[in-house]
Design a protein around this ligand. Sequence first.
Ligand code: PEP
Length: 257
Amino acid sequence: MRHYCIVGNHKMNVSEYEHSLEPERKKRFVNTMTKAVREGHTIVLCPTSVRIEHIADVVNGTGVALGAQNCHWENSGAYTGEVSPSMLAEMGCTWVIVGHSERRRDQCETDELIGRKASAALTNGLRPIICIGESIEQRRRGKTIDVLNKQIDGILSACGRLVFDASVIAYEPVWAIGTGLSATTEQIEEAHLAIRESCRERGILDTPILYGGSVSADNSDEILSCQHVSGALVGGASLSSDNFSSIVESAIRCANA
Ligand code: PEP
């Protein structure tokens, strides 16, 4: 039986289930999360930092883990506006996303910096979700695999094999994020296989590889059925209790198929 990891990234949004839901929808959400965790799947919700404690109350008792969307590489200091991994751990987080393409784009995060963040996260008990992925121009130029390898190498040289090994990789083609245009299953299989081979060549053996990019209730079955897909990083669809429940139900279904 496969065990999936489904991560919800709320980005800079407040999810619908932080407000009161109708009892039936709330019941479905709580029951689905609880069942998935009981069956060995890992469900993580990553709200914006200031909503972590709020989401902790919403998922209390379900076994859903808490994650953050970013962390600093230091635990304290003169870094205005930043949140440290030790602070996140104190709030109950056990996961953190590093290197999301929106941060690479808007905060100019480099692979080296992402590696340092991953390393600091793990030292503080947070499991890193390391994001990699190509732009549409890079894909059109046939450079997808080269870009993925370069990102892996850059991050790896900053954090080392042991940190990478203990992390989760999220393959997120930049052009598929928030566009409603998911990669095809062929593109996903090809990229995931290349990442798996590239990891093996570098001595990284079992790191799960998630897919992210417009995952929805409509495409989650076919994406999660792909051979090398260990789960999904879900942005927009994680904000709605019904959509997120459907994706988690899909993981339960695919694991038993
Ligand atoms: C993401 O934020 O990592 C993401 C994949 O977003 P979306 O599912 O909205 O494409």
